[in-house]
Design a protein around this ligand. Structure first.
Ligand code: SF4
Length: 444
């Protein structure tokens, strides 16, 4: 947990000498706690206090990076238990399990399907992140072949899972340029795997059945020279894994307990598709930084990625589209104009219904700071004045020959004033977007 200004103050010399540029040590402490200045501005801080303050300024959950370039995945660096307290920073990586017991054609087919897992939702691109090659066969050559296939067939990040150090060393050699995550599956081999990770400057995942043992293991791995650690949560049930995950996050954030302050990896266990989806989404919601799933069907992956997108959306910054005039279909100067806000979900719901209607139309998305229609109206961000200003700003008169617009049914109350100040005829559309196709057809 970050130190407060008073906590910082207690560690300062309290001489108010002003050498740091602040009038008092307390003022400096407050600025330091808010990360507005760096500690080195105070030349008089003792080595002991410096160590304490620098330690406290480290993120409570270590940042770990795997993959490279566009497929780099950052894990950790989280600072809150609940999204509404601030936001979650690094979206959970979603990985797909490839076992080296699969035959070559199966691996090829799986990898090419995984490569296709790309979607667009509310204007954002969402996609799969990683493939996890597991040495289920226990054979070094089979593992190496599967890893080789992955490096050739996909650009996604790679995780390597094995309990055999020899197999892992060979696999790492094959895909080292991808900066893979080394997953040690055997608690007895942690030290040997730590050497592999250290020699190759790679992050290491350690298995965790017991939290006390995990804390000891992370300390051991650190001593061996590996800083980037991922805790692979093991338990007999989904509930057990979630319980441990919550405990780890609380220990890291509330107690500042460094030995457990690392990102969490979880493998799903459920064999039924619906159960696996529910399991994976639960891990995304409850602090997993990386979830490895077995299913890679599009119907399975899309809801999982959507859940991640929603959970990791900054609650203070709704997903927005750029305010402006959008053309849906082959519009003409006679096409109808629908007015809405620039909240992405609202905009894309409206545009989806307009597309479904097959009536080419304009949508004027007003800047309502990303709020939905009713919220923006209640917050006075979606008013006759703001709508009219948006119409003028984007020169709606240049787009259409008529002088007629349609506002959402929920804000029918705006119609009179908007008509009065704009001089345009203001129609009141349906309350729900699902009514748009019939409404647009009725205007023909
Ligand atoms: Fe206090 Fe250090 Fe600033 Fe002097 S330089 S006022 S001791 S914080």
């Amino acid at each position: 947990m970050a130190l407060s200004g008073l906590d910082v103050y207690k560690l300062l010399p309290k001489t108010n000498c002003k050498d740091c540029g602040f009038a008092t040590c307390l003022a400096f402490a407050m600025a330091l706690a808010q990360k507005k200045v760096s500690l080195d501005k105070c030349p008089h801080v003792t080595a002991e206090a410096k160590a304490a303050l620098e330690g406290a300024s480290q993120p409570p959950i270590k940042l770990v990076t795997i993959g490279t370039g566009d497929h780099e995945i950052e894990m950790g660096n989280e600072t809150v238990m609940y999204r509404h307290e601030q936001k979650f920073y690094n979206p959970t990586g979603i990985g797909f399990l490839i076992e080296d017991t699969m035959d070559e054609s199966e691996i090829d087919a799986a990898l090419s399907k995984i490569n296709e897992l790309k979607f667009e939702r509310v204007g954002q691109k969402i996609s799969a992140d990683l493939v996890c090659i597991k040495n289920s066969s226990k054979y070094k050559n089979k593992f190496a072949n599967a890893v080789r296939k992955a490096t050739v067939t996909t650009d996604l990040a790679i995780a390597l899972s094995s309990s055999d150090a020899g197999s892992m060393s060979e696999a790492v050699r094959i895909c080292i340029e991808r900066r893979p995550l080394v997953i040690c599956e055997d608690p007895a081999q942690i030290k040997v795997f730590a050497k592999i990770a250290k020699d190759n400057k790679l992050p290491l995942s350690i298995p965790c059945m017991d939290l006390d043992l995990a804390a000891q293991a992370t300390e051991l791995v650190k001593k061996e020279g590996v800083d980037e650690i991922v805790i692979n949560l093991k338990a007999k049930s989904v509930a057990g894994r979630i319980q441990k995950s919550v405990f780890l996050r609380r220990a890291a954030l509330k107690k500042n307990y460094r030995p457990l302050g690392y990102p969490i990896l979880v493998f799903t266990e459920a064999t039924d598709e619906a159960e696996e989806l529910a399991e994976a989404v639960s891990y995304v919601a409850k602090y997993a930084s990386l979830v490895i799933v077995k299913n890679y069907g599009r119907d399975f992956v899309l809801p999982l990625l959507v859940a991640r997108q929603d959970i990791y959306q900054d609650p203070q910054k709704p997903v927005q589209v750029e305010p402006g005039i959008y053309e849906i279909g082959k519009v003409t100067a006679e096409s109808p104009v629908l007015i809405t806000t620039n909240f992405s979900i609202t905009y894309f719901t409206v545009s989806g219904e307009v597309e479904a209607s097959r009536v080419p139309s304009y949508i004027l998305a007003c800047d309502a700071e990303g709020m939905s229609v009713l919220t923006a109206w209640a917050a006075e961000k979606f008013t006759p004045e703001t709508i009219f200003n948006t119409m003028k700003k984007f020169s709606l008169t240049d787009k259409v020959a008529h002088r007629e617009i349609t506002i959402p049914g929920y804000v029918a109350v705006l119609s009179g004033k908007l008509q009065e100040i704009s001089g345009w005829k203001v129609n009141v559309g349906p309350r729900e977007a699902s009514g748009i196709p019939n409404y647009l057809r009725s205007l023909r």
